[in-house]
Design a protein around this ligand. Structure first.
Ligand code: KG4
Ligand code: ZN
Length: 336
């Protein structure tokens, strides 16, 4: 079955065609990052407008590159939550119009579930159950993926998401938006042991995360140096920061894997592209004899193929919406 997946939750307008949740036939992403860069972050109103301009062309190209017509598509999957409300509404309304005019089933798809499903496209042998660390710009979740459409949230951030923490630390270091990837590059030439940063512990919760203290520690370190007229070695600062974040993410994930009896660990979301996180997780899973799956770099960020992949499993589980479908800025990953 061919699913057309549509994504517009943040600053990428994306569409793709995927067969049976696993085989990518096309994957078109129109990024707005260059425009948001001017403002140092995503400007919601600009995002909505750019999605509205791009969406018809992106969907048309996704069908053309897959070499299929709408008549061959079995269902339209669309990200309806979570994300920027105005941005989500563009994709949702476009998908509703398409479903109404073609009679195709409309499949609402949760953005974080889709990030997890990016792994199904790259790893044909990967099947639930497994433990997944979802690390994106807006979320940091430790999730037990019980089945393709059944999730148990076992840990989450109490404040900033890992991606947000990367972006704010990068901004303080004078790197362009979105800073995560630039900080990752800068860290390559740095010494991860040069600076010691706090590893915050969330009282009363073994698997929850807290990143705001770490973010503040980096910003304070930079301000102190500025006041004293010192220049800090930025590659060392970036490497030490990245190593601390990767360490926290790995510690929680691997403790949770052991406590829940999971022998398979999966990474998902934009921050899973981070080279420090990937290397540390690989090393530590190997030591513990755990199987590790990560999306290829091309599928870590937002894309339509992951929506079509998750959409296939949502469709099979009967998650089909009527034309009253609305977008939602927040929605728990466990919602149904
Ligand atoms: O999943 P995603 O593309 O969008 C959301 O759903 O939020 O994640 C975007 C986040 C941004 O914070 C971005 O800086 C971060 O992922 N990111 C990285 C890297 N590549 C993207 N963070 C650290 N290292 C990277 N290589
Ligand atoms: Zn995302």
């Amino acid at each position: 079955m061919l699913i057309l997946g549509i994504e517009s939750s943040c600053d990428e307008t994306a569409a793709a065609v995927v067969e049976d949740g696993r085989k990518k036939l096309s994957d078109v992403v129109a990024s707005q990052v260059e425009e948001h860069k001017l403002y140092g972050g995503v400007v919601p109103e600009i995002a909505s407008r750019r999605h509205a301009e791009a969406i018809s062309g992106v969907v048309r190209r996704a069908l053309d590159e897959a070499d299929v017509s709408l008549a061959q598509i079995g269902a339209v999957a669309v990200t309806h939550a979570p994300g920027l409300i105005g941005a989500l509404l563009v994709g949702v309304n476009f998908a509703k119009g398409l479903a109404f005019s073609t009679g195709l089933p409309l499949v609402p798809t949760h953005h974080l579930r889709s990030h997890i499903a990016a792994n199904y496209l790259a790893h044909p042998d990967l099947k639930p159950p497994f433990l997944c660390l979802v690390v994106s710009g807006g979320h940091t979740h430790l999730v037990r993926v019980e089945d393709y459409t059944r999730f148990t949230l076992i840990g989450r951030t109490r404040d900033d998401a890992a991606g947000e923490c990367f972006d704010k630390a990068a901004r303080a270091m004078g790197l362009p938006y979105p800073g995560g990837i630039h900080l990752d590059r800068l860290a390559r030439d740095g010494d991860p042991a040069a600076f010691a940063f706090p590893r915050p512990h969330v009282e009363g919760s073994e698997w929850d995360f807290s990143f705001s203290g770490l973010k503040t520690a980096v910003i304070n370190r930079l301000h102190q140096a500025e006041q004293k007229g010192e220049t800090l070695p930025l590659p060392d600062l970036a490497a030490s920061f990245q190593y601390t974040v990767a360490g926290i993410l790995c510690d929680h994930t691997l403790r949770a894997a052991q406590a829940t009896g999971s022998d398979t660990v999966v990474l998902a979301g934009g921050v899973s592209a981070n080279s420090g996180l990937r290397a540390l997780m690989e090393e530590r899973c190997k030591k513990l004899g755990l199987a590790l799956y990560m999306p290829p770099l091309s599928l870590c960020g937002d894309n339509g193929a992951m929506v079509a992949a998750q959409g296939y499993y949502e469709y099979r589980s009967g998650n089909i919406a009527g034309l009253e479908l609305n977008a939602a800025p927040t929605l728990p990953i466990e919602y149904r």
